[in-house]
Write a protein that binds this ligand. Sequence first.
Ligand SMILES: [Zn+2]
Ligand SMILES: [Zn+2]
Ligand SMILES: [Zn+2]
Length: 171
Amino acid sequence: MNTLRDPLLMPLTAEHNHQQCVSRALNTAEQLCLNRGVQLTAIRLQVLSLIWADHKAVKAYELLDRIKPLQSAAKPATIYRALDFLIEQGLIHRIESLNAFVGCRCSGQPHELLLLICKQCEEVEERAALEVMHTIANELTAAHFIVHSKAIEIQGICGKCALQSLSESST
Ligand SMILES: [Zn+2]
Ligand SMILES: [Zn+2]
Ligand SMILES: [Zn+2]
């Protein structure tokens, strides 16, 4: 089990108590912001919990749709400002290739990571991949390259979806 290498991340399984993910993420966010002396305002918290509706990558306009029934005055700029804050605090990840966002599953610890993006269900899995990242860091240093974003995005089909299509094709 290579998941043992990274105690921060729980494997993302189909059958899991997602309410636990949500309350864990929101509690972590509240605690962190308190410790850092930054304000987790109502709108920031609301955007964060809307992102945590599931483990799928969500676009800013979709968040706007989700927040409208709760805050009819919400504007795109409101959402973008909240997103910027959440990224800054390491509470969410931006997925550049989709121009979308996902809740960070190991919030609070600064981390470099692999983002595994399923093209079918759009869920995003995080892997810390410490060895890979260490190797990359060495290469970057050798190249004197100044890095802006170190997340590596990998597109494909997740284990759950692969299993599902396998069972569908066998019936
Ligand atoms: Zn969950
Ligand atoms: Zn993360
Ligand atoms: Zn999938």
